[in-house]
Design a protein around this ligand. Sequence first.
Ligand SMILES: NC(=O)CCC(=O)C(=O)O
Length: 269
Amino acid sequence: MLNVAALQMVSAPDVAINLATACRLIAEAADQGARLLALPEYFCLMGQSDRDKLAIAEAEDSGPIQDTLAAAAQRHGVWIIGGTLPLRTEDPQWVRNSCRVWGPDGRPRARYDKIHLFAYDNGRGERYDEGRVLQAGDAPVAVEVDGWRVGLGICYDLRFPELFRALMQPAPCDLLVLPAAFTHGTGRAHWELLLRARAVENQCYVLAPAQGGLHPNGRRTWGHSLLADPWGEVLAVQAEGEGVVAGTLRRQRLDEVRAQLPALAHRRI
Ligand SMILES: NC(=O)CCC(=O)C(=O)O
């Protein structure tokens, strides 16, 4: 059994406010008994422009955002999947959108850099192009959490099933965690559909902590942080606003689904 929680936020353009909110939600989830907690993409900043990420970027393993999450993991004795934060590259004009993982002793255990960079223009003034400031990652990352294999993806990565297939090698992941900040429009159309599809095709749990609501920068995100089981059933969800979306992973459920319909074993790789 593993108790997990997705922390939903409506982040502001102010790092201190966002860190305080993240710490409050972490404490709440830990009090509810969660052992693995995950924050959304861009939890530490939803700024006015992509370039705001450059100003708050940290070196790997050092900086106020990472120190805060490491201390919270240790204080509560939990695993924290730290949404995303900008990490510096060699070139000051570029950052990586990185998901860091801390163990219950506060030590960093993994880093995944978002591979697929979001670009979107809805033709009505809503436009994104992460490739203007982000450097893409190039390697899938999975981490072992109390005997559970946990694969990482970030937001737009959700649309690329081959990433999650790669994470099923050399051994299947038991849980996929996808910190996200889906737009309201694309989220309404595709969010739940894609998350449940990744759960069904990989026969594993999916935990997706999201940004959800109207942000002070004027952006509106879809929210609907959720936990889906290996059969694609939604076990817990929260539509909008800050909150804790909690649930329990059961090994027996994974084994049951994989035994009843052995699609993972039928892959022709
Ligand atoms: N930040 C993102 O990657 C947003 C992805 C998104 O909204 C989508 O529809 O995909």
